[in-house]
Design a protein around this ligand. Sequence first.
Ligand code: AMP
Ligand code: FES
Ligand code: ZN
Ligand code: ZN
Length: 309
Amino acid sequence: MKCSKCGAIAVINMRQHRRRLCAEHLVEWFMTFTQRAIDKYDMFAPEDRVLVAVSGGKDSLALWDVLLKLGYQAEGLYIGLGIDEELGYSDKSLEMCHRFVSNHHPDAVLHVVDVGEEYGQAVPHLARTRLRGQGRPCSVCGLVKRHIMNRVALHGSGDGGFSAIATGHNLDDEVAVLLQNTLHWQTGYLARQAPVLAERNGLARKVKPFVRFYERETAAYVLVLGIDYIYDECPFAQGATTSYTKELLNELELKSPGAKQQFYLEFLRARDAGKVVFAERASVELHPCVRCGQPTTAGDMCAFCRLWE
Ligand code: AMP
Ligand code: FES
Ligand code: ZN
Ligand code: ZN
């Protein structure tokens, strides 16, 4: 298998792009394609400070790497969730983020917020005690991550805020969510699923520069560059619906290369052209939480602050 650009040995065949690329041209293409997504969706500009949420996984580390190489002011944020489950999952993930900085970008700034240290309880304990076993840790975890990302993006760590939060969601992630939302006709979610969510009263701008990359493409990128990352999935995510949906979609992609990309991009096009209209939930009033000031729809106190009551 030869590189479509130079004829050297190709490391990846991307059937949906009709391209095979060698290591060097994969890296070049990956960076150009990321820049194109940033421009196309008007995500941020070189003068903006961008907060990259890094989990220690391949997608978010690849994202941070590309943004730094493209010359953006990208700082990392790692949120320590205190997930151990005899795997040392959170410790290992943080270690990967530190290793990434020291091996690849020694000048990069990594902010670390440890939920247990800062707020008194880690996520697994909160999930067990606060929701009385009804909620999976994932829902508490999602809530905590969103709150902390927003807090750091708006206020920084004493050094001013950021223009946007960037996460490493890739095409496989987005398509799985899209299929789940469609199966349940979650029209409110469908209305808001987008590569960019604009800033609005007290909620920082959110961007996903990798929404057009297949997971195997980010995997190839980190492999070629020798970026080490945590291979394990979160121990609580195993058997989750998303994994099953991803398997189904992989089968579909195998039979029909490009199917995932088409499903996602056509969804965005149809919605943005007004061909399909999903009503957002009647505009619910957002007001600042009495305790932390972040916007909430429910009661005086936001869901995050109620966790600690
Ligand atoms: P996930 O929900 O685990 O698929 O992660 C989606 C994205 O959220 C990742 O690509 C990261 O950008 C971000 N993220 C996940 N976990 C963390 C974490 N512990 N700290 C900071 N960012 C995270
Ligand atoms: Fe949050 Fe697994 S990463 S529960
Ligand atoms: Zn080549
Ligand atoms: Zn609050």
